[in-house]
Design a protein around this ligand. Structure first.
Ligand SMILES: [Zn+2]
Length: 377
């Protein structure tokens, strides 16, 4: 937006962006409030409001209560003036979401399809995208881009998968998918996308660790409000923390990784039930065996949180598929488990639970286009 030189054109762009951002941030505001909040001249504010409105980016809807004079127009951004699409690719399904400019998931769909490194599969990503757009009546001229979140370590440039043992997608590149996506597109590691969603939803988070509790576990490390990539894109692979060197075999080839103890796959294997049945039965009957399985899960998570808490002083976020089944009692119990182990107890607000469920990575990935658009207005 700004190349650093102070030119009148740059100043115009900066002013326009400040006006738009202030409306965005305030939710609902008035011309007079904008003049005050931005300490900007009335004519500059008016000029930018007219321009933003002509482009359909803001709307004047309703009036504030009169304080004596003429009632002031309420001004808001149009949250669906632009939309970003996120796709979460898993080995047996694809999750599609549409995000508005506030990062709210306005549409979502899941399509069952098994991953294969094959042009037919990549064509299906585009076919389902078209179906998703049509089914939800999305105006495709508003689509900023399509972000694809996938399991596996994605290269720094977002163009290829560097490590894809879990889904066996180690040959997948953006070039395989791009021909079928008629929009700008990019690829992102699913757990790093989930980390970005947590930052978006929790503006107070500075440092923390996110656990993406899906069929397999993912994780992300956040430092100074940035999801850490590391030198080889391998920061935050906490799911491969070794719990027991002689534990169960992990898909990474080593034994006893956290993933083998704290994943939906583990719950399903141990209980012989799928996740919805496991939690429904656990909550209904409190059957001792299911209770033991769930307490083991929480205890293992507590052990890792305890150890991480002395490396990274911040919050711990439980997100993804299993997070939607976690109750307040569970988080209280987990906090007690952590605090029984650590010399520096965590406070309640250091444990957060995400609410986007299995759509977490897709929504987190879509935010890339949303924040780029807001910066560019
Ligand atoms: Zn492992």
């Amino acid at each position: 937006m700004n190349d650093g030189r102070v030119t009148s054109s740059n100043i115009r762009k900066i002013n326009r962006n400040r006006v738009y951002r202030m409306i965005y941030q305030e939710g609902t505001t008035s011309k007079f409030q904008l003049v005050q909040l931005l300490e900007m001249g009335l004519s500059t504010v008016s000029y930018n409001l007219t321009a933003l409105s002509a482009e359909g980016l803001i709307r004047f809807e309703g009036f504030f209560e009169s304080t004596g004079g003429r009632r002031a127009n309420q001004i808001q951004i149009d949250p669906v003036a632009r939309i970003a699409i996120g796709i979460g690719i898993l080995s047996d399904r694809m999750h599609y979401v549409a995000s508005d400019l506030y990062g709210h998931m306005i549409y979502k769909n899941t399509y069952p399809v098994s991953y294969e490194h094959d042009p037919d599969y990549y064509r299906k990503i585009g076919d389902y995208l078209q179906q998703f757009i049509t089914d939800n009546g999305i105006d495709s001229t508003r689509i900023l881009g399509v972000a694809i979140a996938t399991q596996g370590i994605v290269s720094r440039d977002g163009c290829s998968v560097n490590y894809g043992t879990l889904m066996r997608n180690f040959h997948m590149t953006l070039d395989d998918i791009r021909p079928y996506i008629p929009f700008p597109c990019r690829m992102e590691h699913d757990s790093k996308a989930a980390g970005n969603l947590a930052l978006w939803n929790h503006q107070d988070i500075r440092n923390g660790v996110l656990f993406l509790l899906n069929q397999n576990m993912g994780s992300a490390v956040i430092a100074n409000r940035i999801v850490q990539w590391g030198d080889h894109m391998r920061s935050g692979l906490i799911e491969h923390t070794c719990m027991h060197p002689d534990g169960p075999l992990c898909y990474c080839g080593k034994r006893g990784c956290l993933d083998t103890y704290c994943s939906a796959e583990r719950l399903e294997k141990e209980s012989g039930m799928d996740v919805p049945s496991f939690f429904a039965t656990l909550r209904e009957t409190n059957a001792p065996e299911l209770r033991r399985i769930w307490l083991d899960f929480l205890n293992n998570l507590a052990f890792v949180i305890r150890n991480l808490s002395v490396t990274l002083d911040g919050v711990f976020i439980l997100s993804g598929y299993l997070a939607t089944y976690i109750t307040k009692e569970d988080t209280a119990l987990l906090l007690d488990m952590v605090n029984a182990l650590t010399p520096w107890p965590l406070t309640e607000d250091q444990l957060r639970v995400g609410h986007s469920g299995q759509y977490t990575p897709a929504l987190g990935a879509a935010l890339h286009y949303i924040s780029a658009f807001i910066d560019s207005v």
